[in-house]
Design a protein around this ligand. Structure first.
Ligand SMILES: *Cc1c(COP(=O)(O)O)cnc(C)c1O
Length: 462
């Protein structure tokens, strides 16, 4: 399986190379050259299998021969062994034909653990085999950083540096990043906001001398291996509701478009998905775009669902690439226009997007109200991101088709909003109940490229 860039000019890579490099050198995102197909019989044969077995069957055709079947299966088992639920991604019923897919039983209580835990294992295996080391640098508004640190802590072949905006992540998120004791973990509190962190990260990747010198690797949500790991739970949940002999739809609380793009890949592979519903909070660039065709940057407004507070949705580029008939030059042109503030999706491309995607948004008030309603009427405590999903699913779903809404984080990860909505503060699961007592370790840094570069160079040399 070969991987090509959405902007058409970066080198074609293998799965392993695309995973280890993250961002393509032409600024684009790697996508598989063709999407492997699973026929109805192979999908039917997934009934009753464990999550890990489904994961093997879904991901194997994308991975190529870098990993043997046996090694790959072993890495999957290791990746999900630390989850707090046997089913890994259990499905619970909210109402008639409406289901919630709980993706928050991983070690940092958000769906990002599904991908991050696996790529931690894949990186370690690939790098050890190659006799190489890499420096992982990531920027986070909270969940990605904690998931990355948890996945890479203590691994031999990797140093991990996470830039987060000082004073602007939740206490649980911060403690998940600052309490691991391993020497290869570096939590960097940047004097700035999330956009500053992301801008400095981009600067580092565009500084080819630095990038090659420290062997920089990226694990943000544009890394193809992360998208791939997320395809699995679309299969496991749809199969448990009767796929391939029954269609299902999904609603996905969306920020960077990584999670819902994984659903689109599942559909392209042959899983009978009817609608993929993009659910956004008040930062609704995607909802506006799917309605009007105008993709225009606005200002980010801080919300109670902070992991969806985005200005630009990076993985949307992958969907655009397909909607434009895989024309890398057209995508590069759109991204140039985005640099100037925005672009209009062509009529043909918009039609192609609407064949798969619907969209809706939830305001802050609607989100809080939904958390309350879900607790009272459905017996389910939702985090604010999941509440955005359940609200939008309720507005848009077709009662005749089962709707699966993705629950992207555990309510205890966002206790303030949940307490505001319900009057009760959700407790952390037992296995991490001492999080508030563990000592913290972090480094404050200026919002300055040179300061960051020298700090990273010093740390990996020492
Ligand atoms: C990252 C995140 C999202 C958004 O996912 P994308 O793949 O960026 O669209 C939604 N909810 C939670 C809790 C998250 O951590």
């Amino acid at each position: 399986m070969r991987y090509i860039s959405t902007r058409g000019t970066a080198p074609v890579l293998s799965f392993e190379e695309a995973m280890l490099s993250g961002l393509a050198r032409d600024g684009g995102l790697y996508v598989p050259e063709t999407v492997p197909q699973l026929d109805a019989a192979s999908i039917r044969a997934m009934r009753g299998l464990s999550y890990e077995e489904v994961a093997c069957r879904v991901m194997r055709p994308f991975v190529g021969d870098g990993f043997s079947d046996e090694v790959f299966a072993g890495l999957i088992d290791k990746a999900y062994a630390g989850f707090g639920h046997r089913a890994r991604a259990p499905l619970v019923q909210l109402g008639a034909n409406h289901f919630l897919l709980e993706l928050f039983h991983g070690p940092t209580l958000a769906f990002k653990d599904f991908a991050m835990q696996l790529i931690g294992q894949l990186f370690e295996e690939a790098l050890t085999r190659r006799g190489e080391r890499v420096t992982i640098v990531g920027a986070t508004s909270g969940d990605t950083g904690s998931a990355a640190i948890e996945a890479f802590r203590g691994l031999e072949a990797v140093d991990v540096f996470i830039l987060y905006p000082h004073g602007r992540v939740s206490e649980v998120q911060r403690r998940q990043m600052t309490t691991p004791v391993e020497d290869n973990v570096h939590a960097l509190a940047v004097e700035g906001d999330f956009d500053d962190c992301q801008a400095r990260l981009k600067d580092m990747f565009n500084d080819f001398e630095f990038r090659d010198g420290v062997r920089l690797a990226g694990v943000n949500s544009i890394n193809w291996a992360r998208v791939l790991a997320q395809v699995v739970y679309y299969f496991s949940s749809a199969v448990s509701l009767g796929a391939p002999d029954r269609q299902v739809s999904f609603t996905v609380p969306t920020g960077n478009f990584g999670d819902i793009f994984a659903g689109y890949i599942a559909k392209r592979m042959g899983l009978p998905i009817d609608r993929l519903v993009v659910a956004t909070n008040q930062n609704d660039i995607l909802d506006r775009c799917l309605r009007s065709g105008a993709y225009e940057k606005g200002n980010v407004h801080a919300s109670i669902s902070p992991s969806m507070d985005i200005q630009v949705s990076s993985n949307f580029e992958r969907a655009l690439f397909d909607a434009y008939g895989r024309d890398g030059a057209a995508v590069a042109q759109l991204m140039d226009e985005l640099g100037e503030g925005g672009f209009h999706v062509s009529q043909g491309a918009l039609q192609a997007l609407r064949e798969h995607f619907d969209s809706g948004r939830a305001s802050e008030e609607e989100t809080l109200a939904m958390i309350g309603t879900a607790q009272m009427q459905m017996g389910e405590l939702l985090c604010p991101h999941s509440a955005v999903g359940v609200k939008v699913a309720g507005d848009l779903r077709d009662p005749a088709t089962p709707m699966i809404t993705l629950a992207t984080a555990h309510p205890a990860k966002f206790p303030d909003a949940v307490e505001r909505a319900t009057g009760t503060r959700p407790p952390l699961p037992n296995r991490m109940a001492d999080l508030y007592e563990r000592p913290e370790r972090l480094t404050r840094v200026a919002n300055d490229l040179d300061a960051l570069k020298s700090l990273i160079r010093d740390r990996i040399a020492g």
